[in-house]
Design a protein around this ligand. Structure first.
Ligand code: 8Y4
Length: 294
């Protein structure tokens, strides 16, 4: 009982991230963002129909397992994946956002680089903008961020999702990502987005070689100088199977994904984007308890 009071004290003065509809994301402990892909390969009914009922069920299960945020996306961002139309993207995600919002007040992030989609998603109940282009793809996205007052995840990517893994190339990967953050933070400030709304993400797997991903993970603390929350999404990504080839199927990457989450939090990550919510929440409770006791 004595421990309980002192356990998290060193982290307690961290400020949370204010959310648009009131409330805030706490930063006094690592948060888990559960991944909810609403794409036909994830929830299919004969290959064409995207089952929103199934997706809602999956989202509610993640909340039950301890997710702090649910990240909803209607277009696959995997390397080489084909883009879908904005209309199709919206048709997939809106019923799922509404369905989850009816049952829970969990913060929902919308994984989209299209301003129109993000606007509609936030109207439907989403609270956080997860734009893998860091507000660069759609010239209207910054205005959406300002109007909605929603926090914005600024993710680094080299190239575009279709070609980014063809020839990733850096002289100084961590340094280049850090300069990118600086430039994007300035862009957001000039656009009138509040600094306390920004979350930084080095974009594991987005135009990165194995060695780049490892360097990023080991030097995460470099990015803390911006004094902004850090998000890491390493879950089930292919660099994990490169180190552990027996786990080449994506759902065989649990051990590696948990290791990556624990290392990321140990090195300063505040939010972990993960497929396997229950296991990630369990692992991060131990990680946080050890961190808090030093
Ligand atoms: C197996 C499973 C193979 C998943 C590849 C993947 C991030 C992200 C994605 C990330 C943020 C993915 C939308 C890629 N990754 N958003 N989104 N950060 N903020 N690939 O790292 O999960 S999709």
């Amino acid at each position: 009982m004595i421990q309980k009071q002192t356990l998290y004290r060193s982290e307690e003065n961290k400020r949370g991230i204010p959310l648009s509809g009131g409330g805030e994301l706490p930063l006094s402990r690592p948060l888990v963002m559960g991944i909810l892909n609403v794409t036909p390969d994830s929830f299919s009914d004969g290959g064409k129909f995207v089952g929103s009922k199934e997706a809602i069920k999956q989202g509610l299960k993640m909340i039950d397992e301890g997710a702090d945020i649910v990240d909803i996306g209607g277009e696959s961002s995997r390397p080489g994946a084909m883009p879908v139309s904005a209309e199709e993207e919206q048709k997939r995600i809106i019923p799922v956002i509404e369905g989850i919002r009816k049952k829970s007040n969990i913060p929902i992030s919308i994984d989209s680089y299209r301003g129109a989609t993000v606007r509609i998603a936030i109207e439907a109940g989403a609270n956080i903008i997860n734009d893998i282009s860091a507000l660069a793809y759609d010239k209207g996205m910054a205005a959406v961020a300002i109007e909605t007052d929603a926090p914005v995840i600024l993710m680094h990517m080299q190239g575009s999702p279709e070609q980014m893994q063809k020839s990733p190339n850096y002289i100084d990967c961590v340094g280049e990502i850090d300069s990118f953050f600086e430039e994007r933070i300035k862009f957001c400030m000039n656009a009138g987005i509040e600094i306390n709304k920004l979350i930084l993400d080095p974009g594991i797997g987005f135009g990165k070689r194995l060695s780049d991903n490892l360097e990023i993970m080991s030097q995460l603390s470099t990015f803390k100088k911006h004094d902004l929350p850090l998000l890491i999404g390493a879950s089930r990504k292919s660099f994990i199977s490169m180190l552990n080839p027996s786990g080449s199927k994506t759902d065989d990457r649990l051990g590696g994904s948990i290791a990556a989450a624990v290392i990321a939090v140990t090195n300063g990550a505040d939010i972990i984007r993960a497929h396997d919510v229950r296991e990630t929440v369990e692992a991060l409770k131990i990680t946080q308890a050890v961190r808090g006791s030093k």
